[in-house]
Design a protein around this ligand. Structure first.
Ligand code: MN
Length: 333
Protein backbone atom coordinates (compact mmCIF):
# COMPACT_ATOMS: atom_id res chain seq x y z
CA UNK A 1 0.00 0.00 0.00
CA UNK A 2 1.32 3.40 -0.96
CA UNK A 3 1.75 6.28 1.48
CA UNK A 4 1.36 6.07 5.20
CA UNK A 5 -2.06 4.44 5.54
CA UNK A 6 -1.83 1.20 7.52
CA UNK A 7 -3.70 -1.75 6.01
CA UNK A 8 -6.44 -3.69 7.77
CA UNK A 9 -4.86 -6.47 9.89
CA UNK A 10 -1.42 -5.34 8.67
CA UNK A 11 -1.86 -7.51 5.57
CA UNK A 12 0.13 -6.95 2.40
CA UNK A 13 -2.29 -5.62 -0.21
CA UNK A 14 -2.07 -5.56 -3.98
CA UNK A 15 -3.77 -2.27 -4.93
CA UNK A 16 -4.58 -3.66 -8.38
CA UNK A 17 -6.25 -6.88 -7.25
CA UNK A 18 -10.04 -7.11 -7.44
CA UNK A 19 -11.20 -6.88 -3.79
CA UNK A 20 -13.82 -9.03 -2.08
CA UNK A 21 -13.98 -6.80 0.99
CA UNK A 22 -13.09 -3.12 1.23
CA UNK A 23 -12.26 -1.23 4.41
CA UNK A 24 -13.20 2.44 4.17
CA UNK A 25 -11.61 4.78 6.77
CA UNK A 26 -14.04 7.66 7.23
CA UNK A 27 -12.49 10.23 9.58
CA UNK A 28 -15.56 12.47 9.76
CA UNK A 29 -16.07 14.67 12.79
CA UNK A 30 -18.36 17.61 12.54
CA UNK A 31 -20.95 17.38 15.23
CA UNK A 32 -19.41 15.30 18.02
CA UNK A 33 -20.83 16.89 21.13
CA UNK A 34 -18.69 15.77 24.03
CA UNK A 35 -15.40 13.98 23.40
CA UNK A 36 -12.97 14.77 20.62
CA UNK A 37 -10.85 12.60 18.38
CA UNK A 38 -13.13 10.56 16.09
CA UNK A 39 -11.26 12.06 13.11
CA UNK A 40 -8.13 10.11 14.07
CA UNK A 41 -10.11 7.03 15.14
CA UNK A 42 -10.05 5.08 11.85
CA UNK A 43 -6.24 5.39 11.61
CA UNK A 44 -5.84 4.29 15.24
CA UNK A 45 -8.12 1.31 14.55
CA UNK A 46 -6.16 0.27 11.43
CA UNK A 47 -2.86 0.52 13.33
CA UNK A 48 -4.28 -1.55 16.19
CA UNK A 49 -5.68 -4.13 13.75
CA UNK A 50 -2.12 -5.28 12.99
CA UNK A 51 -2.14 -6.82 16.50
CA UNK A 52 -5.44 -8.70 16.05
CA UNK A 53 -5.22 -12.47 15.52
CA UNK A 54 -6.09 -13.55 11.97
CA UNK A 55 -7.81 -16.68 13.21
CA UNK A 56 -11.62 -16.71 13.43
CA UNK A 57 -13.12 -19.83 15.00
CA UNK A 58 -15.82 -19.90 12.28
CA UNK A 59 -13.14 -20.37 9.63
CA UNK A 60 -10.63 -23.15 9.41
CA UNK A 61 -8.22 -20.71 7.83
CA UNK A 62 -6.58 -17.40 8.79
CA UNK A 63 -8.04 -14.19 7.39
CA UNK A 64 -8.27 -13.14 4.64
CA UNK A 65 -9.04 -16.84 4.04
CA UNK A 66 -8.27 -16.87 0.33
CA UNK A 67 -10.16 -13.62 -0.33
CA UNK A 68 -8.86 -10.12 -0.95
CA UNK A 69 -9.20 -7.23 1.49
CA UNK A 70 -8.51 -3.70 0.25
CA UNK A 71 -7.93 -0.78 2.62
CA UNK A 72 -8.95 2.37 0.77
CA UNK A 73 -7.39 5.82 1.14
CA UNK A 74 -9.23 7.65 3.92
CA UNK A 75 -12.17 9.88 3.06
CA UNK A 76 -11.45 13.56 2.96
CA UNK A 77 -13.41 16.52 1.73
CA UNK A 78 -12.95 20.25 1.57
CA UNK A 79 -16.68 20.78 1.06
CA UNK A 80 -17.79 23.90 2.85
CA UNK A 81 -21.16 23.00 4.34
CA UNK A 82 -22.20 20.06 6.48
CA UNK A 83 -24.70 18.86 3.87
CA UNK A 84 -22.04 18.98 1.15
CA UNK A 85 -19.77 16.92 3.41
CA UNK A 86 -22.53 14.32 3.76
CA UNK A 87 -22.81 14.28 -0.05
CA UNK A 88 -19.06 13.69 -0.22
CA UNK A 89 -19.35 10.73 2.18
CA UNK A 90 -22.13 9.27 0.05
CA UNK A 91 -19.90 9.71 -3.02
CA UNK A 92 -16.93 8.05 -1.27
CA UNK A 93 -18.92 4.92 -0.36
CA UNK A 94 -21.02 4.70 -3.56
CA UNK A 95 -18.33 3.05 -5.78
CA UNK A 96 -18.33 0.11 -3.32
CA UNK A 97 -22.11 -0.25 -3.01
CA UNK A 98 -23.01 -2.13 -6.17
CA UNK A 99 -22.92 -5.56 -4.55
CA UNK A 100 -19.65 -7.02 -5.82
CA UNK A 101 -17.68 -6.08 -2.70
CA UNK A 102 -18.49 -6.13 1.00
CA UNK A 103 -17.84 -2.62 2.37
CA UNK A 104 -16.79 -2.09 6.01
CA UNK A 105 -16.67 1.57 7.04
CA UNK A 106 -14.51 2.69 9.98
CA UNK A 107 -15.77 5.94 11.50
CA UNK A 108 -15.72 8.69 12.42
CA UNK A 109 -18.76 9.83 14.27
CA UNK A 110 -22.17 8.17 13.95
CA UNK A 111 -23.37 11.04 11.74
CA UNK A 112 -21.84 9.03 8.86
CA UNK A 113 -24.76 6.58 8.97
CA UNK A 114 -27.29 8.45 6.77
CA UNK A 115 -24.84 9.08 3.89
CA UNK A 116 -23.48 5.52 4.10
CA UNK A 117 -27.05 4.20 3.79
CA UNK A 118 -27.80 6.66 0.98
CA UNK A 119 -24.83 5.18 -0.89
CA UNK A 120 -26.00 1.61 -0.22
CA UNK A 121 -29.34 2.33 -1.94
CA UNK A 122 -27.43 1.36 -5.11
CA UNK A 123 -27.00 -2.21 -3.90
CA UNK A 124 -28.57 -4.81 -6.19
CA UNK A 125 -30.81 -6.20 -3.42
CA UNK A 126 -32.30 -2.77 -2.64
CA UNK A 127 -32.83 -1.33 -6.13
CA UNK A 128 -32.98 2.16 -4.68
CA UNK A 129 -35.49 1.30 -1.96
CA UNK A 130 -34.18 1.51 1.61
CA UNK A 131 -37.58 0.23 2.74
CA UNK A 132 -36.22 -3.26 2.07
CA UNK A 133 -33.29 -2.70 4.42
CA UNK A 134 -33.02 -3.69 8.07
CA UNK A 135 -30.51 -1.67 10.08
CA UNK A 136 -29.09 -3.41 13.16
CA UNK A 137 -27.61 -0.83 15.55
CA UNK A 138 -25.36 -1.57 18.53
CA UNK A 139 -25.27 1.62 20.57
CA UNK A 140 -25.56 3.12 24.05
CA UNK A 141 -27.71 5.90 22.61
CA UNK A 142 -30.93 5.61 20.65
CA UNK A 143 -29.76 8.36 18.21
CA UNK A 144 -33.47 9.09 17.62
CA UNK A 145 -33.58 12.79 18.46
CA UNK A 146 -35.20 15.06 15.93
CA UNK A 147 -32.27 17.44 16.44
CA UNK A 148 -29.49 18.19 18.94
CA UNK A 149 -29.14 21.89 19.74
CA UNK A 150 -30.85 22.65 16.43
CA UNK A 151 -28.59 20.36 14.34
CA UNK A 152 -30.62 17.71 12.50
CA UNK A 153 -27.52 15.90 11.18
CA UNK A 154 -25.87 15.43 14.58
CA UNK A 155 -24.62 11.95 15.51
CA UNK A 156 -27.40 12.04 18.14
CA UNK A 157 -29.93 11.96 15.28
CA UNK A 158 -28.29 9.32 13.07
CA UNK A 159 -31.05 6.73 13.46
CA UNK A 160 -33.81 9.36 13.00
CA UNK A 161 -32.28 10.52 9.72
CA UNK A 162 -31.82 6.88 8.60
CA UNK A 163 -35.55 6.34 9.13
CA UNK A 164 -36.26 9.61 7.29
CA UNK A 165 -34.35 8.17 4.33
CA UNK A 166 -36.88 5.34 4.34
CA UNK A 167 -35.13 2.48 6.19
CA UNK A 168 -37.71 -0.29 6.62
CA UNK A 169 -36.72 -1.67 9.99
CA UNK A 170 -34.38 -0.67 12.82
CA UNK A 171 -33.25 -3.10 15.53
CA UNK A 172 -31.39 -1.38 18.39
CA UNK A 173 -29.22 -3.27 20.88
CA UNK A 174 -27.68 -2.05 24.14
CA UNK A 175 -29.54 1.27 24.43
CA UNK A 176 -29.23 2.89 27.85
CA UNK A 177 -29.04 6.65 27.32
CA UNK A 178 -32.01 8.32 25.68
CA UNK A 179 -34.49 11.15 26.10
CA UNK A 180 -38.24 10.99 26.66
CA UNK A 181 -38.72 12.19 23.07
CA UNK A 182 -36.69 9.20 21.86
CA UNK A 183 -38.59 6.75 24.05
CA UNK A 184 -41.88 8.06 22.63
CA UNK A 185 -40.49 7.66 19.10
CA UNK A 186 -39.55 4.05 19.93
CA UNK A 187 -43.09 3.37 21.19
CA UNK A 188 -44.88 5.07 18.30
CA UNK A 189 -42.82 4.01 15.25
CA UNK A 190 -43.42 0.34 14.52
CA UNK A 191 -40.30 0.15 12.36
CA UNK A 192 -38.20 0.41 15.55
CA UNK A 193 -37.43 -2.53 17.85
CA UNK A 194 -35.27 -1.54 20.83
CA UNK A 195 -33.50 -3.99 23.13
CA UNK A 196 -32.42 -1.98 26.16
CA UNK A 197 -29.17 -2.76 27.99
CA UNK A 198 -31.01 -2.85 31.32
CA UNK A 199 -33.05 -5.83 30.05
CA UNK A 200 -30.25 -7.60 28.16
CA UNK A 201 -27.86 -7.32 31.11
CA UNK A 202 -30.34 -7.65 33.96
CA UNK A 203 -28.77 -9.66 36.81
CA UNK A 204 -31.93 -11.80 36.94
CA UNK A 205 -33.55 -11.97 33.50
CA UNK A 206 -30.70 -10.87 31.25
CA UNK A 207 -29.83 -14.26 29.77
CA UNK A 208 -33.45 -14.91 28.71
CA UNK A 209 -33.71 -11.45 27.11
CA UNK A 210 -30.44 -12.02 25.31
CA UNK A 211 -31.58 -15.41 23.99
CA UNK A 212 -34.76 -13.79 22.61
CA UNK A 213 -32.71 -11.09 20.92
CA UNK A 214 -30.38 -13.62 19.27
CA UNK A 215 -33.46 -15.48 18.02
CA UNK A 216 -34.86 -12.22 16.59
CA UNK A 217 -31.56 -11.49 14.85
CA UNK A 218 -31.45 -14.94 13.31
CA UNK A 219 -35.01 -14.43 12.01
CA UNK A 220 -34.20 -11.27 10.01
CA UNK A 221 -34.98 -11.56 6.32
CA UNK A 222 -33.51 -9.60 3.41
CA UNK A 223 -30.67 -7.12 3.19
CA UNK A 224 -29.11 -5.80 6.41
CA UNK A 225 -26.73 -2.99 7.31
CA UNK A 226 -24.93 -3.49 10.61
CA UNK A 227 -23.93 -0.27 12.39
CA UNK A 228 -21.75 -0.69 15.47
CA UNK A 229 -21.30 2.40 17.62
CA UNK A 230 -18.50 1.21 19.90
CA UNK A 231 -20.12 3.00 22.84
CA UNK A 232 -22.70 0.19 22.76
CA UNK A 233 -20.00 -1.74 24.60
CA UNK A 234 -19.48 -1.02 28.27
CA UNK A 235 -17.54 2.21 28.79
CA UNK A 236 -14.70 0.30 30.49
CA UNK A 237 -13.89 -1.34 27.12
CA UNK A 238 -13.93 1.87 25.08
CA UNK A 239 -12.94 4.65 27.50
CA UNK A 240 -11.70 7.00 24.74
CA UNK A 241 -14.88 7.00 22.64
CA UNK A 242 -16.76 10.32 22.52
CA UNK A 243 -19.40 9.38 25.09
CA UNK A 244 -18.50 6.22 27.03
CA UNK A 245 -21.47 4.96 29.08
CA UNK A 246 -21.43 2.40 31.92
CA UNK A 247 -23.80 -0.54 31.97
CA UNK A 248 -23.14 -1.64 28.39
CA UNK A 249 -22.60 -4.79 26.38
CA UNK A 250 -19.66 -7.06 27.09
CA UNK A 251 -17.31 -7.94 24.26
CA UNK A 252 -19.00 -11.34 24.00
CA UNK A 253 -22.45 -9.81 23.66
CA UNK A 254 -21.24 -7.72 20.71
CA UNK A 255 -19.40 -10.70 19.23
CA UNK A 256 -22.43 -12.97 19.49
CA UNK A 257 -24.75 -10.31 18.04
CA UNK A 258 -22.44 -9.92 15.02
CA UNK A 259 -22.33 -13.68 14.48
CA UNK A 260 -26.12 -14.00 14.86
CA UNK A 261 -26.89 -11.33 12.25
CA UNK A 262 -24.48 -12.83 9.72
CA UNK A 263 -25.83 -16.33 10.46
CA UNK A 264 -29.49 -15.41 9.82
CA UNK A 265 -30.39 -17.94 7.12
CA UNK A 266 -32.71 -15.59 5.19
CA UNK A 267 -30.70 -12.38 5.57
CA UNK A 268 -27.68 -10.93 3.78
CA UNK A 269 -25.52 -8.37 5.54
CA UNK A 270 -24.64 -6.10 2.62
CA UNK A 271 -22.50 -3.58 4.52
CA UNK A 272 -21.32 -2.60 7.98
CA UNK A 273 -19.69 0.21 9.91
CA UNK A 274 -17.81 0.48 13.19
CA UNK A 275 -17.97 4.06 14.39
CA UNK A 276 -17.18 6.58 17.15
CA UNK A 277 -13.65 5.15 17.31
CA UNK A 278 -11.17 7.45 19.07
CA UNK A 279 -7.47 7.00 19.69
CA UNK A 280 -6.79 6.21 23.35
CA UNK A 281 -3.48 7.54 24.66
CA UNK A 282 -1.46 5.45 27.11
CA UNK A 283 -3.33 2.24 26.26
CA UNK A 284 -4.57 0.90 22.93
CA UNK A 285 -7.72 -0.58 24.50
CA UNK A 286 -10.34 1.56 22.71
CA UNK A 287 -8.88 1.26 19.20
CA UNK A 288 -7.97 -2.41 19.76
CA UNK A 289 -11.53 -3.23 20.87
CA UNK A 290 -12.82 -1.51 17.72
CA UNK A 291 -10.31 -3.45 15.59
CA UNK A 292 -11.41 -6.74 17.19
CA UNK A 293 -15.06 -6.00 16.32
CA UNK A 294 -14.17 -4.92 12.77
CA UNK A 295 -12.19 -8.15 12.32
CA UNK A 296 -15.10 -10.20 13.67
CA UNK A 297 -17.34 -8.54 11.07
CA UNK A 298 -14.95 -9.56 8.27
CA UNK A 299 -14.68 -13.11 9.62
CA UNK A 300 -18.46 -13.44 9.88
CA UNK A 301 -18.80 -12.10 6.34
CA UNK A 302 -16.33 -14.67 4.99
CA UNK A 303 -18.26 -17.40 6.79
CA UNK A 304 -21.56 -16.14 5.34
CA UNK A 305 -20.00 -16.29 1.86
CA UNK A 306 -18.99 -19.88 2.43
CA UNK A 307 -22.53 -20.71 3.54
CA UNK A 308 -23.97 -19.16 0.37
CA UNK A 309 -25.42 -16.02 1.97
CA UNK A 310 -23.48 -13.59 -0.23
CA UNK A 311 -24.31 -13.21 -3.86
CA UNK A 312 -21.71 -11.04 -5.54
CA UNK A 313 -24.07 -9.63 -8.14
CA UNK A 314 -21.50 -7.88 -10.31
CA UNK A 315 -17.96 -8.68 -11.41
CA UNK A 316 -15.46 -7.01 -9.15
CA UNK A 317 -13.51 -4.23 -10.83
CA UNK A 318 -9.78 -4.39 -10.18
CA UNK A 319 -7.85 -1.26 -9.28
CA UNK A 320 -8.84 1.96 -7.54
CA UNK A 321 -12.30 3.46 -7.77
CA UNK A 322 -12.97 7.18 -7.81
CA UNK A 323 -15.57 8.81 -5.55
CA UNK A 324 -18.78 9.68 -7.36
CA UNK A 325 -20.66 12.94 -7.29
CA UNK A 326 -23.77 12.59 -5.13
CA UNK A 327 -26.32 15.18 -4.10
CA UNK A 328 -28.78 13.54 -1.73
CA UNK A 329 -28.03 15.77 1.25
CA UNK A 330 -27.49 19.17 -0.31
CA UNK A 331 -30.91 18.44 -1.86
CA UNK A 332 -32.41 18.79 1.65
CA UNK A 333 -31.52 22.48 1.77
MN1 MN B 1 -24.58 6.26 18.05
Amino acid sequence: MEGDVPTMLGLDEDPWAAPDMVVLPLPYELTTSYGQGTADGPMACLEASAQVELHDVLLNEDLPAGLTIRTERPWSSDAGSLLEQLDAIEGYVRPWASGDVFPLVLGGEHGILPPVLAAMREHATLEGDLGRLTVVQLDAHADLRSDLDGERWSHACAASRALDLGVGRLIQIGIRAHSLEEEERIRSDDRIETHYARDLLSPCGGAAHWARLVEALRAIQGPVHLTIDIDGLDGTLVPATGTPVPGGLTYWHAYEAIEAVFAAPKATVISADVNEICRQEGSPLTQFTAAMLATKVLGAHVHARREGRWDASADSTPGPRKPLVCGTFSGFR
